[in-house]
Design a protein. Sequence first.
Length: 140
Amino acid sequence: MTEAFAVPITVRGYELDTQGHLNQAEYLHYAEHARWEFLRSMGIQQDKLLATGVGPVTMETTIRFLRELRGGDLVDVTCAFEWGAGKSFRLVQRFVLSDGTLAAELTAVCGLLDLAERRLVPDPRARLSALADNPDPIDG
């Protein structure tokens, strides 16, 4: 697993909870934004996926909160694939503060849904590679 890809995000005041740290739901928003940017960096646009009849799905998400994120913090949200054999794969995302502190780690079990059949495609790695202008991050 490589983590060459990261999206910088500044924590905004309206995203904070009553304790003054990033609301837990916002981690999902940050992760989703980073995933789409990751795909876009490979040349896989959302409309390109839909035009080929597939769409990404998330089946499970686990977040480990390690350090709080507060308003104004700059956090890099990384994104990397972990492949196994089968229809699903993992996306591992780390939330890293500018000083290198790991604030959170999110692991998602994902797949590519065939939009006509409403079933996962059998080889999501190959399908993504075929769609990518730059498939290097797919293979790690």
